[in-house]
Write a protein that binds this ligand. Structure first.
Ligand code: HEC
Ligand code: HEC
Length: 182
């Protein structure tokens, strides 16, 4: 009997499920400093790709707990929100933030060659014994562009994700020019 009562109390106390729509409303406290529509910076960095990234600016993994810590503690010019939200509201806010997963497009620095080394050579360098794909330079075919931009390769771990999701257009052009032998 006592156990049953305890159980009921526990059930009644179960927190409501995090609600991303409610979290989006709470995000009004943040949207003065953070864009979520595109990659443009306001006073703070855009959060458009927040959970699409591997690491946060503080070097930690882009996961729920590390994002929560930034919001609670503040970070590098961003105020702490420790006293702004009740715990259930924090969960709603995080449920919303987790929907921000736009693919990251890197504005890459460097020439076609450095881009090739950074993004392709681990599978395409003929000097690496385990290298999977064919040697490419100087054998350019126009149909390569589409296949590489849309994703190509083999079964994991030899799957190369769509290039247009990691590099901006200028960098992609530099990379293909390098393959053409320029
Ligand atoms: C007064 C402006 C301001 C407000 C309001 C603000 N932030 Fe920030 N936020 C910043 C600044 C500045 C940074 C860090 C800048 C840097 O290091 O480049 C930051 C960083 C972050 C980061 C780290 C991003 C990354 O890529 O590592 C997250 C996550 C974040 N803010 C979430 C929020 C959330 C959620 C709210 C609302 C509860 C909020 N911020 C409100 C200014 C603000
Ligand atoms: C994770 C491994 C991996 C990465 C990274 C990778 N590739 Fe590939 N690539 C392959 C494999 C495996 C093949 C052979 C199978 C195929 O053609 O789909 C291939 C084939 C190709 C082909 C077709 C060659 C032909 O003769 O038809 C091109 C072009 C190509 N890759 C370009 C690139 C470029 C440019 C990059 C860097 C942006 C890149 N790859 C990154 C694994 C990879």
């Amino acid at each position: 009997m006592i156990l049953a009562t305890l159980l009921l109390l526990l059930l009644a106390d179960e927190p409501p499920k995090p609600d991303a729509a409610r979290g989006k409303e709470l995000f009004r406290s943040c949207s003065g400093c953070h864009n979520t529509e595109n990659d443009d910076r306001k006073m703070g960095p855009s959060l458009h790709s927040l959970f699409g990234k591997v690491t946060l600016r503080n070097g930690k993994r882009a996961d729920k707990e590390n994002v929560r810590a930034i919001v609670l503690d503040g970070y590098n010019g961003m105020p702490s929100f420790q006293y702004s939200f009740r715990p259930a509201e924090m969960d709603d806010l995080l449920a919303y933030l987790e929907t921000l997963r736009a693919p990251v497009t890197v504005k890459a620095e460097g020439t076609g060659e450095t881009l090739f080394r950074a993004h392709c050579s681990r599978c395409h360098d003929p000097a690496i014994r385990s290298s999977a794909g064919p040697d490419l330079r100087g054998k350019f075919k126009p149909e390569w562009v589409q296949s590489v931009e849309e994703g190509h390769g083999g079964a994991p771990p030899l799957t190369a994700p769509p290039l247009k999701e990691w590099l901006d257009e200028t960098s992609r052009k530099a990379l293909f020019d390098y393959l053409k032998g320029y």
